[in-house]
Ligand binder design. Structure first.
Ligand code: NPQ
Ligand code: MG
Length: 368
């Protein structure tokens, strides 16, 4: 296939409730969508960058700039036989994994449509449904937290992840653990602590948590390795794992025992497949993280989570956990605590163009 035209859409989708993490609060998800045209078909990809450089250095605006001015031009005139060729084509661009991943996803969608197969099949998926977990933001108080968690547990979510930060950690975890003694429970600090907090973080060990996710800085693999020696709770890395090579380094150093895989953070599905191969070889459990994706990115995550090495419940929730109205249809629903893996050719979701335009905050086109 050869890219004949590209369109980028910035959408502003209101969240059903504010989502607060240690790095800030979001009420509206600004998402950058990429549509590529080839052979009379349209392939879709979603860039997971946020509106500001808080979770990672990239933003929707840096990603748009890199896509339009550098990444798409590298594809000009190129006949692409398989989306796994994309990382090499984009290799001249240093960094910007979120921009690259969006482009690669759109090419996987095009390729899957061309083959008449669902994305799960092309990736090597072996499951027809994936276990749904839910990520619960920092709440104003404990009663609100408990009622939110009770709501999600009642809906059937298989695992709850609490966002923590200094001042909102041991108390909320203790309260949730007391009310739900058997609930699979995890915490995610989004890099809010330092090694000086090691003794404090050690207190988490008594709650039987599945993992503590990204307690320290995004660029501190060695610090995580030191902390891991002190904790019995497994450390899972998210922000720190920016590539398959970094995953290898983290495992070699003992910086984590679990990896949160986000294809959008590590440069695309090919990189996710590489981490899957590495983790399978080493017996390291994986799960698929979430970035408040629209249906486009959610469909990519669901397909990836269907691979055999993704053995822990994911941050893949039903569409209605985040959005009342999504720009892609049909919405993903919770069925017995799981999300069904689409079996239609391509991503298995269709972008609703009237809705896309209704929520659009910007649109750009590119031709070779
Ligand atoms: C995480 N996601 O695992 C991320 C953090 C996150 C579901 O907890 C805009 C852009 C909003 C990026 C909210 C979940 C975001 C964002 C949360 C990333 O660390
Ligand atoms: Mg995280």
């Amino acid at each position: 296939m050869r890219v004949e035209r590209a369109a980028l859409y910035l959408v502003a989708l209101p969240l059903v409730a504010p989502f607060r993490t240690s790095f800030g609060e979001e009420r509206v998800r600004h998402a950058l969508l990429v549509a590529l045209e080839a052979d009379g078909r349209t392939g879709w990809g979603e860039c997971v960058a946020g509106s500001g450089p808080w979770y990672s250095a990239e933003t929707v605006d840096t990603a748009r700039h890199v896509l339009l001015d550098f990444a798409l031009p590298l594809l000009r005139g190129k006949e692409i036989a398989h989306p796994r060729e994309v990382p090499e084509l984009l290799a001249p661009i240093r960094g910007h994994p979120m921009a690259k991943a969006a482009l690669e996803a759109a090419l996987w969608d095009l390729h899957a449509q061309g083959e008449g197969k669902p994305l799960t099949k092309l990736l090597g998926g072996t499951r027809d449904r994936v276990a749904a977990g839910v990520s619960v933001g920092i709440q104003p108080n404990l009663p609100t937290l408990l009622s939110r968690v009770a709501g999600y547990v009642g809906e059937g979510y298989r695992r709850v992840k609490l966002k923590i930060e200094p001042g909102w950690d041991l108390e909320p975890v203790a309260a949730v653990r007391e009310r739900f003694p058997d609930l699979p429970l995890a915490v995610d600090a989004n890099a809010a602590y330092t090694l000086d907090h090691a003794r404090h973080l050690k207190e988490l060990d008594r709650f039987g948590l599945l993992m503590v996710e990204q307690p320290l800085a995004y660029d501190d693999l060695l610090g995580h390795a030191r902390l891991a020696e002190k904790l019995t709770t497994p450390i899972c890395l998210d922000e720190s794992i920016s590539s398959p090579h970094r995953a290898w380094e983290a495992l070699e150093l003992g910086a984590c025992r679990i990896i949160n895989v986000k294809q959008g953070r590590i440069g695309g599905l090919s990189a996710a497949l590489a981490i899957h191969a590495l983790a399978t070889e080493r017996g390291v459990p994986l799960w698929c993280g979430g970035m408040l994706e629209t249906g486009v990115g959610r469909a990519v995550n669901v397909a990836l989570a269907s691979l055999p090495g993704f053995t822990l419940p994911h941050d893949i929730s039903a569409t209605d956990r985040y959005y009342r109205e999504d720009i892609a249809l049909p919405p993903f629903r919770l069925e017995d605590g799981h999300i069904r893996v689409p079996h239609e050719p391509g991503l298995g979701v269709a972008v609703d163009l009237p809705r896309l335009h209704r929520y659009a905050a910007g649109m750009w086109t590119w031709r070779p």
